[in-house]
Design a protein around this ligand. Structure first.
Ligand SMILES: [Zn+2]
Length: 172
């Protein structure tokens, strides 16, 4: 994700796709995460560089993003996201020059932070509840969304639209 756009979306808690208000309920903001449920306690405390999403962008992402297919994505509600880290290149002091390590997240207060070439803001997600992946609703199928779906080449759009009762919109 584009660095300045990512940092703005994370700091202001904006949808990472459209920049609008992310979906929010009494359980918190909507986030899409890669399924790491093999780790005990996950997703509480998950550290991520991906900002939250609004319901429509979350639903479209779940449909269209190949990274999120095949059960690889989980939707969560985050009651308290804490901006507490930086993702970037950590440099090691060595002679005759500084050498970059592998990209990683370093949390604020870590003595390695002054040697980090930062790229994105990272957040620890707390008060996390797993929820259902957002889905498209028939009323989501505005001309703009239908046109977007029609142009999407990675998926069988007719099948997707049929799933959400939007086949009539496609045939208009
Ligand atoms: Zn959005």
């Amino acid at each position: 994700m584009h660095g300045p756009r990512q940092r703005r979306a994370m700091r202001l808690l904006l949808c990472q796709v459209c920049g609008g208000r992310p979906d929010h309920t009494e359980q918190g903001w909507l986030w899409l995460l890669k399924d790491e449920s093999r780790y005990a306690g996950w997703p509480e405390g998950e550290i991520t560089t991906h900002p939250p999403v609004c319901r429509l962008c979350g639903a479209l992402s779940a449909l269209l993003c190949t990274h999120l297919w095949q059960g690889a994505a989980v939707a969560v509600r985050v009651g308290k996201p804490i901006i507490d880290g930086v993702y970037g290149l950590p440099y090691a002091v060595s002679k005759p020059w500084m050498t970059p390590g592998k990209p990683t997240v370093i949390l604020h207060g870590d003595p390695a932070m002054p040697w980090m070439l930062g790229h994105q803001v990272a957040a620890s997600l707390t008060k996390v509840t797993i929820t259902d992946l957002p889905t498209l609703r028939p009323e989501d199928l505005t001309d703009e969304v239908t046109d977007f779906l029609r142009k999407a080449t990675a998926v069988d759009v007719a099948r997707l639209l049929a799933k959400v009762g939007g086949i009539a919109a496609l045939n208009r």
